[in-house]
Design a protein around this ligand. Structure first.
Ligand SMILES: Cc1cc2nc3c(=O)[nH]c(=O)nc-3n(C[C@H](O)[C@H](O)[C@H](O)COP(=O)(O)OP(=O)(O)OC[C@H]3O[C@@H](n4cnc5c(N)ncnc54)[C@H](O)[C@@H]3O)c2cc1C
Length: 248
């Protein structure tokens, strides 16, 4: 059964004009055991007292194996959203109820495919941030490649973009492509791509014998990329998905 606990906000910053990075610690002082890729649920009440909850992927970069004391989430603001009101306005020291971790959108030790295709839009990139230590372990095998295609409208919406760029600089097996659908960067980079991730995907000619794919974020992107990968011949078990649907 999932653990229930309270989280206290200890730090925050804006990642983009409408995305807040929040760093919490458990009020009971315990660390959180989670597998990178998993999410927590935040429990709260509507104004009329009805209980509700929303899911948020853990963004913390730990060591890939041990529990973490700092629990980081990236919250994208939705107009009129109930959790947006709560988490967007939470002051430092503010406390929320949470449970978890949940989910199986995780790297698996038994994966033997030589190339990982990681696709994300918006805050859907946060599971991959948490996975970076595990990705480093995968790359250390020397026979694997990891490609992250990250879709955003413009460079200001590439959350943690410089962290992924730095990881790509430090690890030759990792490539990071910002896929910008509306506006190119002011100073374009060779790794940039123009268009939606599911379109840029074709450039990589996905292949069932080589690739395992992870898709996370906007449900429309996840569906479009899923269909594109199936057309390239990837069997469904080689396509793992996490859709950021509202979980009321
Ligand atoms: C497994 C999982 C992991 C998730 N991880 C994250 C995460 O790491 N970060 C994150 O920001 N969100 C994440 N989400 C989405 C998150 O749980 C909430 O759905 C989202 O924050 C909106 O909640 P809200 O209460 O502010 O809006 P709500 O009160 O639920 O919605 C308000 C209105 O906006 C609409 N709406 C809801 N979501 C969107 C949207 N994305 N775009 C446009 N309109 C919308 C609703 O239909 C409704 O009309 C995740 C969802 C799932 C299922």
């Amino acid at each position: 059964m999932a653990d229930h606990f309270q989280l206290r906000l200890v730090d925050s910053r804006m990642l983009a004009p409408s995305v807040r990075h929040l760093a919490f610690e458990r009020v009971d002082g315990q660390p959180l055991a989670f597998v990178p890729g998993q999410f927590l649920q935040i429990h709260f009440h509507y104004d009329d007292g009805t209980p509700t909850k929303r899911s948020y992927s853990v963004a913390t970069v730990g060591d890939g194996n041990s529990p973490v004391t700092r629990i980081e989430l990236a919250v994208s603001y939705v107009d009129g959203g109930a959790a947006t009101g709560l988490l967007g306005g939470l002051p430092i020291g503010g406390v929320v109820d949470a449970s978890g971790p949940y989910g199986r959108f995780c790297l698996q030790a038994g994966d033997v495919h030589p190339r990982y295709l990681l696709l994300a839009t918006g805050t859907g990139v946060t599971p991959y941030r948490a996975m970076l230590p595990q990705i480093e372990q995968v790359l250390a095998k020397g026979d694997r490649e990891v490609v992250l295609l990250y879709g955003a409208r413009s460079e200001t919406e590439l959350l943690y973009g410089e962290e992924f760029e730095a990881f790509a600089q430090a690890h030759s097996g990792f490539s990071f492509h910002g896929c910008l659908s509306r506006q190119p960067r002011v100073v374009p980079r060779a790794s940039d791509r123009s268009g939606h991730v599911q379109t840029v995907l074709a450039e990589l000619t996905p292949h069932a014998g080589r690739d395992i794919a992870y898709l996370c974020g906007n449900p429309n992107m996840v569906d479009a990329a899923f269909n594109a990968l199936k057309e390239f011949g990837l069997p469904v078990p080689q396509i793992r998905r996490e859709k950021y649907i509202s979980s009321r």
